[in-house]
Design a protein around this ligand. Sequence first.
Ligand SMILES: [Mg+2]
Length: 386
Amino acid sequence: MRQILHIDINSFFASCEQAVDETIRGKPVAVVSSIEGRNCILLAVSYEAKDYGIKRTMSLKQAQSLCQNLILRVANHNMYQHFSNKFIKILCEYVPIVESTSIDEAYLDMTGTERLYGDIKEFAKKMQKMIYDRLLLPSSIGISDNKSLAKMASDYKKPMGITEFYSANIKKQVWPLSVDTLLGVGNKTLSNLQKLGIYTIGDLAIFDKTQLKIYLGENSSEMLHKLANGIDDSKVITYDKDSVKSIGKEITFEEDVTSRDIIKRELLLMSENIATRLRKLDKRAKTVTLKIKYNNFTVITRSHTLEDVFNTTNIIYKTAVELYIKQCINTMPIRLVGVQVSNIEKKDIKQMSLFTDKEDEKNEKFEKSIDIIREKYGYNIIKRRI
Ligand SMILES: [Mg+2]
């Protein structure tokens, strides 16, 4: 049997703020995207703020009406990244197989380490204490024989919980839980499932698979049915960020395209996708490459290397469009267009001070806030105007 741990830092941004400022420890704190007006979104709230009934999904006004003494902090993503790096480093000191899946979460594969570390639950307690002692960050830990159950278990009791969900006990422990606690069940899937009379994970686990396929489509019905039955073979993968050499995206059109506006729109969407992925890896690149395949199957690629490293949509898009405009003197119909960034720096982002351009710095901060909002509320919550 595999032994997998999922560790999640609780209320990560708010906890980081409390870790660095003892005057706000034990107090209601909200981390906001910006302090001014309409664009202010709650990114995280401390457990003390949650005790007032404040939720991340509320507006600042609503939150302040529940708690007049709510302490506000503007998100400091560099600081959070710094904590995240330290968190992962602690894990790597003890376990060789660590998969960091987001800024405040990681899976550990502890299979076969009983002799080294003893009982897994005791080890989890030790890690939780270690993370708290060294970083002052509360965490919750899930233990299981697979990744999805481990993640659900870490979600089960917060803060500072340790929960074991094993696939052998799934009927007793997991089946009674509401179906939206299952990984991959978002609001839309939830309402589809409820229409079928599926309210608990157990309802889903025993539901007729063919029927489910009709409502959810082949891929997600298959996946959700497996997860509800505690089946998940995915491995904990130690991901070496430094091995990434390039990041790209391309699109093949269903019909050949001649409209510059359509090409530009696609370039923008691809640039945004690439910039998000770069930031997720905490990397910056220096080179943008544009690829175009014409309807006569000629392929051209054009690259431009910038003076400064970048990781924002703006710069990637601007450079890609410049390359495109230079190339497209002719109006030959285009079948495929792609963007790639390369020359990716080895080191992780450590400081903002390497910016030479204030505007770039502002853009990066702005786009990082968007990443976080999207991670929480779904990609489509913010749409670019094109
Ligand atoms: Mg968390």
